[in-house]
Design a protein around this ligand. Structure first.
Ligand SMILES: [Mn+2]
Length: 329
C-alpha cells in the first residue's frame, strides 16, 4: 500500500518556507534517533537550508558510524543556541524526553516539528509527521525524503540503514514490512555494506558488558505461571564490573526466548538511585499502559519508564501492575 502522502506533502511545505533549523532527538540517543537526524540534516542541506544538530546527550560510540562528519553537537548547559525558525525533534513526541535541552529549546519560542513513530502523546498532531505504523523514525524520514524527490546520498543511506536495523532488531520486530525491506534494498544500492554496519553496531562490546550480562541473567525471576520474567541490575554490580548504562540496553531481549513469556521486564538501578524500567510485550500482549502508569511511554510492545523509587519498591509496584494487567486480558 502506498503511504498516505498528504502529511508528507504538508510537512515538506512546512520545511520549505523556513531556512534555519535545529534538529534534535531524545536523551541517550539510539541508532534510529541519530540516523534520522543525519538523514534529515542531509536532506535540508541539499535544499540549501541552514541546519544544526544539537543533542541532549553524546552519541554512543557504536552509532558514530551514522555521523562520519561529526555534525552532531552535544548541548552543554549555558551554551547559547543559534537563532532558528523551527526545531525538528526526531524519534520522540514528548518534549520531556529532551532532558536538559527541553527548557532552552522552548525558550527559543519557535515551532517544534515532531518526526516520530512512538505512541502519540501530543494532543494535536497536525503539522507533525507522526506515524506509529512505521518500523522506525528512519523509515518515516526515508518516506518523507522520497515524497519530496530528495536525493539519498551514501552518508544518508548509512545513517538510515543504522536507523532501521537497530529499531527493527535486524528486521524481525512486528512493524517490519515489505516497505522496510524495499527501503533496505535501496540503501544497499547506494553502497551500504550490511556486514560493516553490523560490525560497527554489534561487534564492539566490552568484556565488562558480557560479565554484567552474566550477572543480569543470574538475577532472572519468573512468575509462577511463566507469563512474566524479569531481570534486575543493581547499580553496585554494574559499577563493580565497570560496565556502562548503555551496556544493559539489549539485555531484556534475552528474556524473549523463554517459552510462554508474555511480558519481559528489566529493572536497572541508575547512578542516582532511581530505577529505569524497560518492558517488552510478546504474544500480542501490549505493555505501553503499564509504562504509562509509571509516567513513562514508548511503543505498544516496547515501552519504559523512569521511577523515583528504590529498586525493591519499584519492582514491587511494577510487578503488581504487570500481574493485574495479565489477569485482565
Ligand atoms: Mn525509534
Amino acid at each position: 500500500m502506498a503511504y498516505n502522502e498528504s502529511p508528507l506533502k504538508d510537512f515538506g511545505q512546512t520545511l520549505k518556507v523556513r531556512n534555519h533549523f535545529l534538529i534534535t532527538t531524545h536523551v541517550q540517543p539510539d541508532g534510529d534517533g541519530v540516523g534520522s537526524e543525519i538523514a534529515l540534516f542531509g536532506f535540508l542541506k541539499k535544499l540549501g537550508k541552514d541546519v544544526v544538530i544539537f543533542n541532549p546527550s553524546p552519541t554512543p560510540e557504536k552509532f558514530q558510524i551514522a555521523d562520519p562528519n561529526q555534525v552532531i553537537q552535544v548541548f552543554a548547559l549555558g551554551t547559547p543556541l543559534p537563532k532558528v525558525e523551527a526545531v525538528i525533534v526526531v524519534d520522540t513526541n514528548e518534549t520531556k524526553m529532551l532532558g536538559p535541552l527541553e527548557a532552552p529549546l522552548k525558550a527559543l519560542k519557535v515551532p517544534f516539528l515532531f518526526v516520530d513513530h512512538h505512541v502519540k502523546e501530543l494532543s494535536n498532531v497536525e503539522g507533525h509527521l507522526i506515524d506509529e505504523s512505521m518500523s522506525s523514525s528512519g523509515e518515516l524520514v526515508y518516506q518523507f525524503i522520497k515524497s519530496q524527490s530528495g536525493e539519498v546520498d551514501y552518508d544518508m543511506a548509512v545513517a538510515l540503514y543504522v536507523a532501521i536495523v537497530t529499531d527493527t532488531g535486524n528486521f524481525r520486530f512486528q512493524r517490519t514490512t515489505p516497505a522496510t525491506h524495499e527501503m533496505a534494498a535501496e540503501l544497499l544500492r547506494k553502497g551500504v555494506k550490511p556486514e560493516s554496519v553490523f560490525e560497527e553496531l554489534f561487534s564492539r562490546d566490552s568484556v565488562q558488558k558480557l560479565k554484567l550480562l552474566g550477572e543480569a541473567l543470574k538475577s532472572i525471576e519468573i512468575s509462577s505461571d511463566g507469563s512474566c520474567a524479569w531481570l534486575t541490575i543493581p547499580k553496585e554490580i554494574r559499577i563493580n564490573i565497570g560496565a556502562t548504562i548503555e551496556d544493559t540496553e539489549s539485555f531484556i531481549g534475552h528474556l524473549l526466548i523463554l517459552r510462554g513469556v508474555k511480558i519481559a521486564a528489566l529493572f536497572r538501578e541508575e547512578d542516582n538511585g532511581t530505577v529505569k524500567l524497560s518492558l517488552r510485550g510478546l504474544r500480542k500482549q501490549p505493555v505501553i499502559e503499564i509504562a504509562k502508569k509509571f509516567g513513562g511511554g514508548g511503543h505498544r510492545f516496547a515501552a519504559g519508564a523512569r521511577i523515583s523509587k528504590s529498586l525493591q519498591e519499584a519492582k514491587q509496584v511494577v510487578l503488581q501492575e504487570i500481574e493485574k494487567n495479565l489477569k485482565n486480558r
